[in-house]
Write a protein that binds this ligand. Structure first.
Ligand code: ZN
Ligand code: ZN
Length: 205
């Protein structure tokens, strides 16, 4: 069975220890901002649950691996954000013959040069995809935390980016998980499922 690895991407503490690197968990709320990264830490998000949902949607084995990629080299001090395309390129080394896709999950704020931010990015027909919880949290918009909503948004974005690695482009069906999302409201409108047409496109690969 094909294997998808979920790779947490977290900033290390100044003492070299990881931040919330307990297997399967990634910090996602923002009471504390670290000096050099803008990384938020606090409550945890259950990556094991995300892995289970991804396994079901793509009929793959999805496993959480330890955080092993230092995001620091991809940090842009002027923007106080992380360059998503650079992180994806550096994730490449985590692809092994035993691993079909690598999905990075990070609480860090991501950007590409032409956009203010991105929720995630993927290599079209490539092996790596990346999603950020930074702007999926209700707290980012000044609203009370909503862990369930955050979980749903993260799942949709994770499936969406993995869909791109399977050569899917954006879908016009607004309920399809491959519909484009430029704001969280758009993410909330769509389902976490790949529509029948997109499913057929994957099968035809
Ligand atoms: Zn997309
Ligand atoms: Zn679709």
């Amino acid at each position: 069975m094909k294997v998808v690895q979920l790779l947490p991407i977290l900033v290390r503490n100044s003492d070299g220890s990881g931040l919330g690197q307990k297997a399967g968990r990634v910090p996602d709320s923002a009471p504390e901002v670290s000096r050099d990264s803008g990384l938020s830490s606090g409550s945890s998000l259950d990556l094991d649950r995300l892995a289970t949902a991804i396994s079901a949607e793509f009929n793959v084995r999805c496993e959480v691996v330890p955080a092993a990629l230092d995001p620091a080299p991809s940090f842009h001090s002027g923007r106080q954000q992380y360059y998503s395309t650079d992180l994806l390129a550096r994730m490449q080394k985590h692809l092994t013959p035993a691993c079909w896709r690598v999905l990075g999950v990070t609480p860090l704020d991501l950007y590409i040069p032409i956009l203010t931010f991105v929720f995630g990015e993927a290599q079209l027909e490539g092996g790596c995809a990346l999603v950020s919880t930074y702007r999926l949290r209700q707290e980012f918009y000044g609203l009370p935390p909503d862990p369930d909503l955050l979980r749903q948004r993260l799942l949709k974005e994770a499936i969406h980016e993995l869909g791109h690695t399977l050569s899917l482009t954006h879908c016009e069906d607004y309920e399809c998980v491959m519909a484009p999302s430029h704001a969280v409201e758009w993410i909330d409108l769509k389902s976490s499922r790949v529509c029948r047409e997109c499913r057929r496109a994957i099968a035809g690969c």
